[in-house]
Design a protein around this ligand. Structure first.
Ligand SMILES: [Zn+2]
Length: 260
């Protein structure tokens, strides 16, 4: 490294911006204040303090961490809404924001490696890390090999016990933007599952994004001719199908037994 480069390095090091710290006591976007209560876990409460009746939100203590900042902002939005007149439209919006709030809270808890709260929301969090396979790694490999890394989607282990793999569309709780979600059957998260099998099912679900269902003569065609033709492009198609038919049902039966 030359002297000049070294100088530049030093300079850029010095210039690196200091992160602005975020106060956990106030909303950044609204006038809502936050207080934390160790006894709260799965609920939030709202009081109105002061002459201006500014909302003060009581949140569970774990939400004081910076990671929960986006969730706190959603809660603040909720606090402002419940102050308003309870029209039918407003009531629906309140319910929707609360649902998005708990969806986000659960996702943050899971991302931090914690347990999520029991069914507070319609959607369970996205959990790509399994016991044997990290689905994000499998998806990245399949995406690179077969889709030029151009496929935009998220992936999770399915929460339906003994369930099949499927593709769905969800909304991001924060931005409300829709995204594709691939859910993979837990029967694949086993020691006896070879990589070609899990890559096979991930490829199949990816194809559902690339080739959306079509309506032909009033019927919804999911695995049409185009789909089947492309599905067979997977180099271990036969081997995966064989595993899917013979081993997967046994794995699922085992999982069902354990859960009982
Ligand atoms: Zn399918």
């Amino acid at each position: 490294m030359g002297f000049l480069e070294y100088q530049i390095d030093l300079f850029s090091f010095k210039k690196s911006k200091k992160k602005r710290s975020i106060s956990p006591d106030f909303s950044m976007d609204t006038l809502v204040a936050f207080r934390y209560h160790p006894r709260l876990k799965k609920s939030i409460r709202c009081n109105y303090k002061g002459i201006f009746g500014k909302p003060e939100l009581a949140l569970p203590l774990y939400m004081k961490e910076e990671a929960f900042m986006p969730a706190r902002e959603l809660a603040a939005e909720w606090a402002l809404l419940i102050q308003k007149r309870k029209t039918k439209q407003n009531k629906e919006k309140i319910k929707e924001i609360l649902d998005r709030f708990w969806t986000l809270v659960n996702q943050i808890l899971i991302d931090q490696g914690n347990k999520c709260l029991t069914s507070k929301t319609r959607h369970l969090p996205i959990q790509p890390k399994g016991e044997h396979y990290d689905l994000e790694e499998v998806l990245a490999a399949v995406n690179e090999t077969y889709f030029n890394s151009e496929l935009q989607c998220k992936i999770t282990w399915s929460n339906r016990i003994g369930g099949q793999s499927f593709h769905s569309i969800r909304k991001d709780p924060l931005s409300e933007k829709p995204f594709h979600l691939i859910s993979i059957s837990k029967g694949y998260d086993t020691k006896n599952c070879p990589f070609y099998a899990i890559a096979g099912v991930v490829y199949h679900e990816c194809l559902h994004i690339k080739i959306p269902p079509k309506i032909v003569n009033g019927r919804r065609v999911v695995h049409g001719r185009d789909f089947k033709r492309l599905e067979k492009k997977y180099i271990f198609y036969e081997e995966w199908m064989d595993w899917h038919r013979k081993v997967l049902p046994l794995n699922l039966r085992k999982i069902m037994k354990i859960k009982k």
